[in-house]
Structures are given as structure tokens and as C-alpha cells.
Design a protein around this ligand. Sequence first.
Ligand SMILES: Cc1cc2nc3c(=O)[nH]c(=O)nc-3n(C[C@H](O)[C@H](O)[C@H](O)COP(=O)(O)OP(=O)(O)OC[C@H]3O[C@@H](n4cnc5c(N)ncnc54)[C@H](O)[C@@H]3O)c2cc1C
Length: 348
Amino acid sequence: MTAFSGGKCHEFTEMQPFTTMALPATARFFCPIFHDDEIVPVLQQFYKDQLPIQILGGGSNTIFLQDFPGLVLQIKTTGIEVVSETAQDVVVRVAAGENWDSFVKYSLQREWFGLENLAAIPGTVGAAPVQNIGAYGREVSQFIERIEGIDLDSFCRRDYTKLESSFSYRDSIFKKKVSGRFLIQQVLFRLNKKEILDTSYPDLKNFFNSPETSQVNAIQIANAIRDIRSKKLPAPEIIPNSGSFFQNPEVTEDVASALKERYPEMPLYNHRPGYKKIAAAWLIEFCGWKGRWQNHCSMYDRHALILIHDGHASGKELYHYMTEVIESVFRVFQIELVPEVNMIGRFT
Ligand SMILES: Cc1cc2nc3c(=O)[nH]c(=O)nc-3n(C[C@H](O)[C@H](O)[C@H](O)COP(=O)(O)OP(=O)(O)OC[C@H]3O[C@@H](n4cnc5c(N)ncnc54)[C@H](O)[C@@H]3O)c2cc1C
């Protein structure tokens, strides 16, 4: 692979190595950012051309379906610093390009607790607030204090408090209202000095369901999660994928009861008052897509929510496979699956 230097733009760059779904597509311009002071000069260089801009971290939630006619800014900045500390907690500022899981390990080694259930999620710290990453009963927004970054329209610095970030299930202001217009440079986390553990998630409960493991600590939880995830999820280096492809749909209590009457085995989860969440994996499996290969693509046979391909799919093939899954689930349940991944480009 070509060695890329920070703040320098490269033309017609192959994006396959920079996303875990690894579809063939090029970016008109590709620019890795190693230092925050490289951002504005790069943006100024392209300002008058009004090119579309795509911010990229580790590419584990981004799919280039087609060649991208604009500028891809890949955030590779590093740095972790303590901002303040009390006997109860620590506030730590982390650069957007830091690897998420390395930061989870770093925090646990220092006995800063809270992120243990989010161990082994691929990607960068800067992308974590965008879809409010969550796993095993926790969401990153529970530990976020502030987001610092730069407004790409004005090139001005801007901070978002946790409240202003409008976090919800796999969502935030960075994914919707200011998507593509705000570049996250640092995330500030407030982490606990006391372990407040959560092993209530079913997979974790089963894992620790023996007398020897009744006294667990945060590092053991993180290790258990690494173990469970490695058995359940396909490694992107071997099987290209972007993790959960669809969000779990939310329906009103009334719709949920009607569905439960018709399909008693359908898993429903409490979410927020008046609504239930349905496991999208169950809907997909019910419609026969689990392990069904078509045009190089399939829903993973060990986890029906993960769309994989055999390394030879095109963006168009993947898009059409996804569309067929959505249509087939809709035909049976009148529920529209919404992709959780960020897709660049579309087909008709
Ligand atoms: C095997 C596997 C398992 C996964 N498991 C989980 C899971 O358990 N829970 C979960 O929530 N997710 C999971 N994911 C999805 C993914 O890991 C997360 O969404 C992660 O936060 C993406 O990080 P990234 O750096 O790779 O993001 P990218 O794909 O590079 O970017 C994702 C989005 O964030 C934006 N973005 C990235 N960096 C910045 C920045 N600095 N400023 C502004 N916008 C930015 C991008 O423009 C894009 O819209 C999984 C993915 C895989 C492949």
C-alpha cells in the first residue's frame, strides 16, 4: 500500500483498504489528517470547488458503493490527556483518530471504569459519538462530557455538550443535523474511579453464570466480551462486513402486541415508554435470509444482522442484496428496516 503523508491529498485513491466492507471504489481526492492544524489548509485548498467531503475514521461503519467524486478526510490524529480528576472520576480528552478499543484498554489499565462493555468495537474515538456506539447494555453517550471540533462551513471551532449532541439509540446530531458539516477533533469522557458493573445483558449473564465467576471486575467483563464477540462476529480482515447492517426497528406498544399475537416467538425489548424494539436479526432470519448467498453477498450464517460478502461483490450487488432484504421483511411484517451503516452512493 502507498505510504500517505498527513495533510497531503492524493488523487483517485482506492478506498477498499480503508473500509471494513472493502468494496471496490475510488475517491477523487484522499487526504489523511495526522495533526489538527492540517485540517483548515486542506479544506481551503478545495473550498472554491465545493467538492463533497466525506470524513472517515476506521471505515468500519462506512461503505463506498460507488466512486466518490469528492474529498475523503481520513482522521488519524492521536493523543490522550487528563483534563481534571477527583476522587470519584476523571475527565479525559481523546483525539478523534485514536483507536477505540486501544482507548478502552488504556482506560481500564488506569482503573478508569465505564467503557468495559464497549470493548472490541472497531473504529476510532471520533466516530464513537456519531452513531452513539453501544453494546452489551451500554452506550458511549453515558460517558461523554463534551465533543470538540470544527465547523466545516465556517472553519470555526465549535464544542457540543452532551445535551446538545442529541444522543439516542445509534444516533446523534453528528449523524443527522450536522452530518458531514462538523469534524470531531476530540472527545471528552468522564470515567468512574469506582467499578459500577453491568452484566445484565443475556450473553454476559450466561458467561458469568457460575459460582467461580460471581465476583467479576471490569477487566474480566471486557475480556469476556472480547471472547463472546470473537465467536459471534466475523473478523473483517477475513470476511468483509460492517457489523450490524440494520438498526433494530422500533414500534409502538400497540403494533408490538399485534405482532406478538401473530408471531409469539418474536423477540421484543423494552426501549422507551410506549415503544418496543424488535430484533432485526429475527425478522431477517424469519424471511429466510440468514446464510442465503446471492451475487457474492449473504446475511452471516452465525448472525443474521451482519451483511457479508465473499470479497468479490460490487457496490451495486451489495445495494441490490440489501434492497431485497428490506423489501422481503416489509412484505411479511410491514416493517421497514433502516440501515445502520453509512452508505456513500446509491443505485436506482
Ligand atoms: C465487526 C464489527 C462489529 C461492530 N460492532 C459494533 C457494536 O457492537 N456497536 C456499535 O455501535 N457499532 C459496531 N460496529 C460499527 C462501528 O464499529 C462503529 O460505528 C464505529 O464507531 C465506527 O468507527 P469508524 O472510525 O470505523 O467510523 P467510520 O466508518 O470511519 O465513520 C462512521 C461515520 O462517522 C463519521 N465520522 C468518523 N470520524 C469522524 C470525525 N472525526 N468527525 C465527524 N464525523 C466522523 C463518518 O463520516 C461516518 O459517517 C461494528 C462494526 C464492525 C465491522
